[in-house]
Design a protein around this ligand. Structure first.
Ligand code: ATP
Length: 609
């Protein structure tokens, strides 16, 4: 197959923002190609060669790509650079410039799909002496053989700037349209949620149909999308929703980790964050302890890693454990910041996929799976504190003890037969209740930055405010929820441009709905935690548009940055449109005083009213 066929399909995808049209384009393409190309098509559509959890990136330095375009086009480096700065898109530069030289190249051969994948794999694995030269040569060779569209996508792929706009939901719709029926869609989604590998699911479906997809099981080494909790505003509401009886666990404030453990000669331990980053080297002590204490051969467990003070035997606030997320100086951080994992779930043990088993069974297996013998580091492991609760009084007592033990709140967990591990979904089988809910605001929001406004006065020269968006999983789009200008300190404001640089784009991203026009646009990437005094119907903001009032969205009033960058969340894991509607509906019952207090805490007042 020619690479140009893929480039043309990407171009068609990019030229529409309609999800239905994207689905049709993808479905038509999937059904028309040899199944052996499907897996890589899916990875390449987001600029990768592997599923997200494999920590290998093409990420070729911009200067090398500049050099390759300059060599192939015969233009000077500064000419190429000027155009790059003007358009902000290496793809566009390559598309335009490489053509002038192309017509003069006699020996070019059409690029094949396999040839491109092979060359990209070589770029990805090039290391050591001369690797920069080798990468530039490989790219130059491909560019001199490529047409304008192929050049556009090659340069976007190698620099990590692939954004054709089709999210995972659209890809799954297209797959069921091409190879199955609408009724099969939930099984396709489950297969993706338990493998986090759309390439694998798509290839299996194209080659072996739905029987193949249904046979996909949880496996050690392949992360499972995490299950998430709903929230309710009071303990009585929780007890009622749970039918009067459920389990309560402490809600620890740390970093969620999914541990994949295999013992024996082919053994390994891998720790994944909830956004599938590999955290193994951040918690080597936890990994070792898990492997040493595991009774069976293989397991996947989940827990929260929390910093603690061994002298006082008490938990430390979240900020402490973030030292373990550093890229450098880990061995010192491991020494300085003791961490304990509080295990709360088990997804797999020795060949048994537990995700469809009820929670009490999973928890029972979890608690019998780790030895208590006092090997080195055994005290790094613990189980989340837990009790079965049958009355409001017990619930209140447990909550108070959790807060007294420096936890964020409690997690209520259903004990019913249907209390399966719902990979990748947020539901009422788990309900969270935090200390915050009893105070000013109903929880915080995790929003992604989609725009920035240049600062004025003392913020001149840096971004003064940000346009923040929430996610709508039903449409696969982001809608704006507030303009955020409060809660930033000088150091954060100075660091912001650097943090946002890689998400900069010259026009509004096609996946974002916005009425407000910022000075700079960003594709969804950076996620920040924000509190607000209130949610109101908004004529300017676009999230949950039409859900409460026709033609109007919802907006956060008096938003304030909490200081917490949610680098453990992807922009798809932001607060959702449905959650914002839920917050809106919940707030009627809140007391007015707490709203006023939050308003006072917001120095600048509402940025966009
Ligand atoms: P939050 O920002 O409140 O942590 P979230 O969106 O990250 O929310 P939720 O599912 O809404 O995730 O809340 C549950 C989170 O609480 C989990 O992701 C996990 O990190 C943490 N947690 C702490 N203790 C527990 C526990 N005992 N059981 C499940 N999750 C727990």
């Amino acid at each position: 197959m020619l690479f140009s066929e893929l480039a043309e399909m990407f171009d068609r995808l990019e030229s529409t923002s309609s999800r239905l049209e994207m689905t049709d384009i993808l479905a038509e393409y999937f059904s028309g190609i040899d199944p052996k190309y499907i897996r890589q098509t899916i990875y390449l559509s987001v600029g990768r060669l592997h599923p997200d959890f494999v920590p290998l990136e093409l990420g070729m330095a911009d200067k090398l790509v500049l050099r390759a375009i300059s060599t192939v086009s015969g233009r000077s480096l500064s000419e190429v650079e000027d155009m790059w700065v003007k358009t902000g898109d290496p793809g566009e530069v390559a598309e335009v410039l490489t053509q002038s030289k192309k017509q003069m190249t006699l020996f070019s051969e059409p690029l094949t799909f396999e040839g491109v994948v092979d060359s990209l794999l070589k770029i990805e694995s090039a290391s050591g002496k001369d690797s920069q030269d080798r990468k530039t040569k490989i790219l130059s060779r491909m560019l001199s053989d490529s047409g304008p569209l192929e050049a556009r996508y090659l340069c976007r792929i190698v620099t990590g700037r692939m954004r054709v706009g089709a999210g995972t939901m659209t890809v799954m719709d297209a797959l069921s349209q091409a190879f199955a029926s609408k009724d099969d869609r939930p099984d396709i989604e489950r297969a993706f949620n338990i493998t986090c590998d759309m390439g694998l699911v798509a290839e299996t479906l194209a080659e072996n149909g739905m029987d193949g997809v249904r046979a996909i099981k949880v496996a050690v080494g392949s992360p499972v999308k995490v299950m998430l909790a709903e929230r309710l505003r009071s303990l009585p509401d929780i007890m009622a929703r749970m039918g009067g009886k459920c389990a309560f666990e402490y809600k620890y404030d740390g970093i969620r980790v999914q541990a994949h453990i295999r013992k024996g000669p082919d053994g390994f331990v891998k720790l994944y964050s909830r956004r599938l980053e590999d955290l193994t080297s951040n918690f080597p002590d936890i990994g070792e302890a898990l492997a040493a204490q595991l009774r069976g051969k293989e397991a996947i467990i989940e827990g929260e890693c929390v910093a603690y003070d061994p002298a006082e035997d008490s938990l430390l606030p979240f900020q402490n454990v973030t030292h373990r997320r550093k890229k450098h100086g880990m061995s010192k951080a491991v020494e300085d910041v003791p961490v304990r994992i509080f295990m709360f779930d088990m997804l797999y043990r020795d060949g048994e996929d537990l995700t469809l088993k009820p929670y009490p069974y999973r928890r029972m297996l979890l608690e019998s799976s780790f030895s208590e013998s006092e090997n080195e580091g055994y005290d790094r492991l613990g189980y989340s504190e837990r009790a079965v609760i049958g009355s409001e009084e017990e619930a209140r007592k447990f909550f108070d003890t959790a807060i007294g033990s420096k936890c964020e709140g409690i997690m209520a967990k259903s004990l019913g037969q249907d209390s399966v591990y719902r990979a990748g979904s947020r539901g009422f089988l788990w309900i969270k209740y935090k200390k915050d809910y009893t105070q000013a605001l109903v929880d915080s929001f995790d929003l992604t930055v989609v725009g920035a406004f240049y600062g004025m006065g003392k913020r001149a020269g840096v971004y003064g405010a940000l346009l923040m968006a929430a996610y709508d999983p039903d449409t696969g789009r982001w809608g704006t929820a507030c303009k955020l200008g409060t809660g930033f300190d000088d150091a954060f404001l100075a660091a912001l441009p650097g943090m946002l640089e890689k998400y900069k784009t010259d026009k509004k991203p096609s996946s974002v709905d916005a009425e407000m026009v910022p000075d700079v646009w960003f594709v969804p990437g950076l996620v920040l935690e924000v509190t607000a005094a209130d949610i109101s119907i908004s004529p300017i903001h676009t999230i949950a548009c039409g859900a409460v009032k026709e033609g109007a969205g919802l907006g956060l009033r008096f938003p304030r940055f909490t200081g917490r960058v949610r680098d453990d969340k992807t922009p798809e894991q932001c607060t959702t449109a449905a959650e914002i509607v839920e917050f809106y509906e919940m707030q009627d019952e809140r007391d007015v005083e707490s709203v006023e207090e939050a308003e006072r805490a917001s120095e600048d007042g509402p940025a966009d009213e």
